[in-house]
Design a protein around this ligand. Structure first.
Ligand SMILES: Nc1ncnc2c1ncn2[C@@H]1O[C@H](COP(=O)(O)OP(=O)(O)O)[C@@H](O)[C@H]1O
Ligand SMILES: [Mg+2]
Length: 354
């Protein structure tokens, strides 16, 4: 294996800006020093040179000084509605290769309603939805309670809690108000999918055409060659089933090491096939590259029909904690191997290795 100069680009939680009245979960998306250390160790274990560079505006100078062959991108950035696309946009301008999805995909998928519009166009199953830019917008007739209210442009369960499940007009307006006033963005309201919580991680790139609509005909080949799927992970929510449970910020961040993850999720082979196919389809229509994780809910009231909640083209890589890391481990792929698999997929895509 050839060796490369790799710049690891990420936003460290401890370097993030703070301000008065900042929501407590504001920077839960960002990386810890432990994660950065583990990812750089993994890249070095692959035989490469690796240096961490903070993914803020200083990157314009630091990355040019370091002169990497490729950047390993984990930047979530701090502000702006397309923030995950900011560093990749700089790298595009500088002509420096980087791992993972590009500007359009990163900007699109950070916006859940926009992503859902694309999924809907391709007839991919995602819960019915409506966005609210004002608290008093009338509710569409197709939107039947219970509903689920979340911010349009956050991740890591931010702004999500048991209160997100709303059962009537009063609760709906209350939650929508919180999203608009607290998170300063449109509220996304979805049909509440009661059921199981499953996520599918994958590494690779699709081969074949990517601009067509999904085939309706079941007999047509399902295009997913080139992707390696890890076994689905289920978040076992049963211990927290006091009332209605969601995989919220408290569960994701505070209890990450106490949660019971079922991996591989106890699913039939044809259910896994269906999830993989849907995950590949989402990967394809959002233009994802190299790595992603797709979150689903399986509807208890429709024979566990899978509904796509979102795609994460920058899945967390915290050893032993992040979903895709757990999934890879269930397939015998270590954290070091996973990181190098992503890097090699990307190097291949840029034609830097064959
Ligand atoms: N329509 C929905 N029905 C039921 N639960 C939902 C729905 N949307 C989100 N959730 C719950 O909220 C969690 C976070 O939502 P998600 O859309 O994945 O956002 P993120 O992970 O970016 O915060 C999900 O993992 C799930 O537990
Ligand atoms: Mg999610």
């Amino acid at each position: 294996m050839k060796t490369f100069r790799v710049a690891l680009l990420a936003n460290l939680k401890k370097n993030a800006p703070h301000w008065e009245g900042m929501p407590e979960d504001q920077w839960d998306d960002l990386d810890s020093e432990t994660t950065i250390q583990a990812v750089s160790d993994a890249i070095r274990a692959g035989g490469h040179t690796c240096e961490f560079l903070e993914g803020d505006i200083t990157i314009i100078d630091t990355v040019r000084k370091f002169k990497p062959d490729i950047c390993f991108n984990l930047c979530e950035s701090h502000s702006g509605n397309a923030r995950e696309a900011q560093v990749p946009a700089i790298l595009e301008k500088l002509g420096i290769p980087y791992t993972g999805s590009k500007v359009l995909c990163l900007a699109l998928t950070l916006d859940k309603p926009m992503t859902k519009r694309v999924l809907t166009y391709h007839d991919l199953p995602t819960p019915d939805f409506q966005t609210f830019e004002r608290v008093d917008e009338p509710l569409d007739a197709k939107m039947k309670f219970s509903l689920f209210v979340k911010p349009s442009q956050e991740g890591t369960g931010m702004g999500v809690s048991a209160k997100s499940i709303v059962k009537d007009e009063t609760e709906l307006r209350q939650q929508v108000r919180i999203m608009i006033e607290h998170y300063h963005q449109a509220a996304l309201v979805e049909t509440f999918i009661e059921g199981r919580e499953v996520t599918v991680g994958m590494v690779g790139n699709l081969v074949g055409p990517v601009a067509r609509r999904m085939p309706h005909d079941e007999k047509l080949p399902r295009i997913q060659a080139g992707l390696r799927f890890f076994p689905p992970l289920e978040v076992d929510l049963t211990p927290y089933l006091e009332t209605d449970v969601v995989y919220d910020n408290r569960l994701k961040v505070a209890l990450a090491d106490q949660l019971n993850y079922l991996c591989p999720a106890p699913l039939e082979e044809d259910q896994v096939d269906e999830l993989n196919w849907l995950a590949a389809a989402v990967f394809r229509v959002t233009g994802a590259l190299d790595v992603a994780r797709v979150d689903f809910r399986l509807n208890a009231n429709e024979g566990w029909k899978p509904y796509i909640l979102e795609i994460n083209p920058l899945p967390g890589l915290s050893p032993g904690i992040s979903d895709i890391v757990i999934e890879a481990a269930a397939d015998g792929v270590s954290h070091t191997e996973l990181v190098n698999m992503i890097l090699e997929t990307s190097l291949q895509r840029y034609g830097l290795i064959s």
